[in-house]
Design a protein around this ligand. Structure first.
Ligand code: BDR
Ligand code: CA
Length: 314
């Protein structure tokens, strides 16, 4: 039986790769995609999710629009990283005629009472925090909760200590970590090791031009950004690791700990991992620290390059 997931995302270049991975794995069923403010405004994220679904010939997957802004903090997007269209300035054709019958929160309330589902959250946690505030019973029904966000020993990407998803909405992240369900924290410690290099991209294009060309279109801007700001030849693709870890947990390992998110001051958005149990609080997270990079790319390439074909194009 396929394991059912909801992807909560802000697509976003690496979010799009995560959606592609989830849709191309035979054991996973994506029952819905919910959009949150983050890399780009929520309406742009919605448009981008449709573009990815169109490429995958999977416009049957429902998309639901969620929060437009963080719970308390002023909204700051990441279009500097993801391009003015949120998809690496690929300026793909927009997809018209897609009806939505409910918003993200109504969808969660509904689906979590019908199906056993896990949630893979790869954007700021605003939607999930609002679900906790408005329908805790539905939230409690989530099977596994995976969140791409935070950092443990690794430095931040928005400040010396904060990663974007938690920095964008720290109050939401703090609510989620306090809500009584273990959060699998896929932070920068592990995602920073997932680097798509020009050689790997070239290899993708040779093995499957349909997929490789699409990935090149949406990552070109990301490559430039990484070279300019991080002096890295290649781009860090954070979000697909959260999906890969769900598919095969042996790709990553870590430890259980109490985690708190800083909501104020110079360290806003920092994920404080109490690895020495100073606070004497029960663990609320499984913090990933190790990743088998080869195993990740084996899975990623097998799914994208062998399971997605041009003949599926609309
Ligand atoms: C996270 O922030 C976003 O820019 C990416 O999509 C990823 O979810 C990495 O810090
Ligand atoms: Ca994201």
């Amino acid at each position: 039986m396929k394991r059912k997931i909801i992807i909560d995302c802000d697509p976003g270049i690496d979010d799009s790769l995560a959606i592609m991975l989830a849709l191309s794995h035979p054991d996973i069923e994506v029952v819905g995609i919910t959009i949150v403010e983050g890399n780009c405004p929520v309406e742009m994220g919605f448009e981008n999710a449709k573009k990815v679904l169109k490429f995958m010939n999977r416009l049957d997957v429902p998309i639901y629009v969620g929060a437009h802004q963080p719970l308390k903090r002023e909204y700051i997007n990441a279009l500097d990283t993801h391009g003015s269209d949120g998809l690496g300035e690929s300026f793909l054709d927009s997809v018209a005629g897609y009806e939505q019958d409910m918003d993200a929160l109504s969808f969660y309330s509904h689906i979590l009472r019908q199906e056993q589902c896990s949630v893979i959250a790869i954007g700021p946690l605003t939607n999930i925090a609002q679900l906790i505030q408005q329908d805790k019973e539905a939230y409690d029904r989530i099977d596994t909760l995976i969140s791409m966000g935070g950092c443990y020993k690794s430095h931040g990407n928005c400040s010396p200590v904060a990663e974007y998803n938690y920095w964008c909405d720290p109050d939401a992240a703090q609510i989620v970590y306090n809500a009584g369900k273990e959060v699998h924290m896929v932070g920068l410690d592990v995602t920073r090791q997932i680097v798509l290099t020009p050689e790997l991209l070239e290899n993708m294009k040779q093995r499957n031009a349909y997929v490789g060309d699409f990935v090149e279109k949406i990552t070109k801007f990301y490559f430039k950004f990484h070279l300019e700001w991080e002096h890295l030849v290649g781009c860090v693709i954070n979000d697909p690791l959260a999906v890969a870890y769900f598919i095969d947990p042996s790709i990553c390992s870590g430890f259980s700990s109490y985690v708190q998110i800083e909501t104020q001051s110079i360290s806003i958005g920092q994920s404080i991992v109490d690895d020495h149990s100073f606070y004497r609080k029960p663990s609320n997270a499984y913090v990933l620290t190790q990743v088998d990079v080869d195993k990740f790319f084996d899975l990623f390439f097998t799914c994208l390059l062998e399971n997605i074909h041009e003949c599926e194009k609309n």
